[in-house]
Design a protein around this ligand. Structure first.
Ligand code: CUA
Length: 168
């Protein structure tokens, strides 16, 4: 079970217990009762809650924080400069390695294009705009080796449909 799943389950449990408390309070709100016994009961619940936090919450927090993703050094990215032209793509690197982040620096030499990365099944895996005068940065990790395609996602003229580049 991943840390995220554990966190999600714990959060859900906490939310459900808070909701249960709110519903119980609502159910008891119409009853007339003496204050003292209610207070004693509430203090007992508070003490139980405190020790639950200390004995369960604290160790759980320490356990969840043992792996801090922000301190993990990411692999050096592979940089690919991509420029859109009417009507083709120019990529300065045609081959990248799967499993390592690829940083695309995307721009256009003429009009706006859409830089769409597709896998072999034709599923769009990442996209950004290719705009003249701007460099848009897109970081993507190709999880599986294969031949990926760059297609234009924005109508840019007569041969828009033919703006296809391959990344083997
Ligand atoms: Cu470039 Cu459509």
């Amino acid at each position: 079970m991943s840390v995220q799943t554990v966190s999600a389950v714990l959060s859900l449990l906490a939310i459900l217990s808070l909701a249960a408390v709110a519903l119980r309070v609502r159910a008891l709100a119409h009853e007339r009762r003496d204050y003292a016994p209610v207070q004693i009961g509430a203090y007992r619940i508070r003490a139980i809650g405190f020790w639950l936090l200390v004995l369960v919450g604290l160790p759980t927090s320490v356990w969840l924080f043992r792996a801090n993703p922000y301190t993990v050094q990411a692999a050096a990215p592979q940089v690919v400069n991509a420029t859109g032209y009417q009507w083709y793509w120019e990529l300065d690197t045609s081959q990248v390695t799967a499993g390592r982040p690829v940083k695309f620096r995307v721009t256009s030499a003429d009009v706006n294009h859409g830089f769409g990365l597709y896998d072999e099944a034709g599923t769009l895996v990442a996209q950004t705009q290719a705009m003249p005068g701007y460099i848009n940065r897109l970081t993507h990790v190709f999880e599986a080796p294969g031949t990926y395609r760059v297609l234009c996602l924005e109508y840019c003229g007569l041969v828009h449909h033919n703006m296809i580049a391959e990344i083997p």
